[in-house]
Design a protein around this ligand. Sequence first.
Ligand code: KIV
Length: 268
Amino acid sequence: MISLTDLRRFKAEGRKFSCLTCYDASFAKALEVAEVDTILIGDSLGMTIQGHDSTLPVNIEDMVYHTQNVARANSHAFIMADLPFMSYATVEDALINSRKVMQVGAHAVKIEGGAWLAYTVSSLTRNGVPVCVHLGLTPQSVHVFGGYKLQAKTRSAADQLLEDCQAVVDAGAALLLLECVPAVLAKEVAEKFSVPVIGIGAGVDTDGQVLVIQDMLGLTFGRVARFVRNFMREQSGENAIVDAIKAYHQAVLDKTFPAKEHTFQVEL
Ligand code: KIV
């Protein structure tokens, strides 16, 4: 089974790692067969599973249900579970809700924010919970941003994001996840910090890559985000789904995904 120590070693060795969202046992098994390195039980399940238009309606019971279903079926990957909207607004809530997902098989929790999470991160870490901090486009704050948009487009916004990363890393964050930021900034973050950095819409230079599994299987039915590649398009035959997941894993490892067309190229 892949551990945090392995992810740190991958980073030190320059070996990229793959991550996909997953919400059920069948796909968890497919990800195990394809040897995907890490799994995120994302609160994106609010959209992909529950049919909402944001992650805001997801609650901790939903996360527990899906985390246990995934964890039972995959003994290969490092498993992270999102703490959903408002479930970590106080440190006490963060501890109580992390306990719920960790006790059903998560190896880490992911929370969205910046420097203001430092005390939450250190409290969770001291209590045995590795924390991944999600920065950049943080979907739980969609109404603050006014939509799903590229973040940190100016030098001062990029410097603010770097300061936020520094604060949560100093507090003990085990991983960082950057969503929808300029590739040049994601590269800066991955080079500056020794913790593994996962990217989505953040270019090829982060240590790991994540996509929502429905997106990379072409189950998008509408506007497709720039950073998504449909790995089903190249497949045929009865193992097409597992083959597409294997192709994604390989493309991350050999750095052919994400390509320039999946990346936000902004000069800072
Ligand atoms: O919930 C989720 O799926 C996520 C990814 C988009 C990173 O947070």
